[in-house]
Design a protein around this ligand. Sequence first.
Ligand code: URA
Length: 452
Amino acid sequence: MRATDIIMKKRGTKIRTEEGGQTLSGSTTLSAEEIAFLVKGYVDGTIPDYQISAFLMAVYFNGMTFEETGILTDCMLHSGNVIQLHGYEKDGLKGPFVDKHSTGGVGDKISLPLAPIAACCGIQVPMMSGRALGHTGGTLDKLESIEGYRTSLSPDEFRALIARTGYAMTGQTKEIVPADRLLYALRDVTGTVESVPLITASILSKKVAEGSDCLVFDVKCGSGAFMKSLPDAKLLAEFLVKTANAMGKKASALITNMSTPLGQKIGNFLEIEETVECLKGKGPADVMEETYALAKEMVLLGGKAASDKEAEQMCRNAVDSGAALEKFLENIKDQGGNPEKVLEQCGKRRSAFKTELKAEQDGFIFIDAYKTGLAGVTLGVGRNKTTDAVCPDAGMILHRTSGEYVKKGETIMEIFGKNDGCLGEAKDALGRAVTYSPEAPQKSPLIYTVIK
Ligand code: URA
């Protein structure tokens, strides 16, 4: 078998017609052996980056069937170890094991309040998260803004913490899905991230490796998401749910709006702060709505409630009783942080390098998620390369959000940077992220649809 032949099969053929035009003849479906050959060869170093880059671009343009996507996911999953959660009942790991995964957004801190809420409802949550990349934020970077918080747990520690409090937050180790670590880094620099089969295989291989039985996907849609249109987001949601089902996992997906940032605080520690507000029941309306919607879905998939209404009530009780906040603080302690210090720092811990964005004119504003996320990278919230460091105290506090009316000169947001030098460029970019309109905009839904 030769990598070149497989690449050409997926690429298809360009044919010159008599009239001088050009057509592409269809690419061919790959066999399980061919997909396995490429994944194995890439991980063991016998197939170089440049051939896999060409293959990824062929997949980007020609797609993969649902069956090919399942095979790719399976090959990636078995490129490394799989964490076992079953078989440890006597140690307190009884399940149901349910996780949620977001396709990535700006201000998307939902995993942070959601995990303790679901845990309070009797779900065991094995959460393996990622880091900020491009314009999107990363759960691990947010957690690591808590001094001492450890995100690289061994499988034994991961299991012990889930058994103790109902949830644990960890990062992907070298042994878990090495194929995704390599492929994701390559996709990031070859313009091949936004592909339904590649995203499906990337997310699912990791989620299945962490040992969950049930998965809830938050498929983001809009400028700040990988899927910009609703039809694309629906296709991704269907691929994720169907592929998960084919791998023996119960799954559902929510398609949610990511055209404007989620919540009012964007940044690493700033999002920990907003999580505490949410768990006190005082978070921004959009973050609370989305957290309850996703937590409710986890409770339903885990079989802990018989109806939507009952599941939602359980989640709300977890917040109203203070139990979810207590669990969040317990997890901080379990993973090496100091919960009292976190509470003390809320509302106070800010970068000393700061400025404000004021309204340039009167009008109803709209804040674009993608442009805001990119400005966040300039400030130090996120990173351009996997090796870049992030700043825990950089970010933005939105005083006004999309759809609100502002008067010229009013403060729209406070801006915090990693240093003085980045503030000017970020402020200009954020100025371009805000548009003004004389008429009130039509409110678009926060949750478009649920795919079971
Ligand atoms: N998140 C992932 O883990 N993988 C992708 O390909 C896109 C988002």
